[in-house]
Write a protein that binds this ligand. Sequence first.
Ligand code: DC
Length: 230
Amino acid sequence: MTEANKVPVLTIDGPSGSGKGTVGQLLAQRLGWHFLDSGALYRALGVAADRAQVDLGNKAALARLAMDMDIRFTLGTDGDCVDVMLNGEEVGNVLRTEESGRRASILAAIPDVRRALLQKQHSFRQLPGLVADGRDMGSTVFPDALLKIYLTASPEVRAARRYKQLKEKGFDVNLHRLLDEIRERDARDAEREASPLKPAHDACILDTSQLDISGVVEHVQGLLQQRRLR
Ligand code: DC
């Protein structure tokens, strides 16, 4: 076992709007563990490509950009949100738009891009532990994780959650358009060949359609406790 493999990892995967980001951040705070929002890496690469005027069809240039991009996450001044510095520029707000999610989903289908981001993701595995959120955290990036959770919810529930979130942040959004975008992104993420969106074979699957965030957090904490006592 290498030093890095001794660091416990909790993976939380699932489609967009399943609650994995909020649940993951809360669990990381409660446990005092590091947090990896892997979707932000793909989103940031989309922004980096835009800044460098690299076309989303140029796979080789995107993979190079992924290798070279300097990305840092720091806890925001209010202690709650995360600031994202991309090549020295604060891009947190740009990353949260639907357009950046759509671009991320397109370039996330490129195998060389996924390979280039693998090492960056592994570097987050540090003591005392890591909560990693994404699509393939349990299936590909951290296959030896202590506990793997796969959160899901119906597209309608997820669109309604996104709508509320974005409205609260002051974005002008349309529920029907959000639902279409969620369906389109689900299909692209699930149908791609490289690390498609699907639960790891040993993941605990949790449908959050009828659960609130604190219910999910409690449940996952209970499962984690059981694993650590084994
Ligand atoms: O979690 P998110 O919505 O921020 O992710 C944005 C896109 O990035 C998502 O549509 C697919 C891609 N992604 C991925 O392919 N693998 C990950 N581990 C995380 C995100």
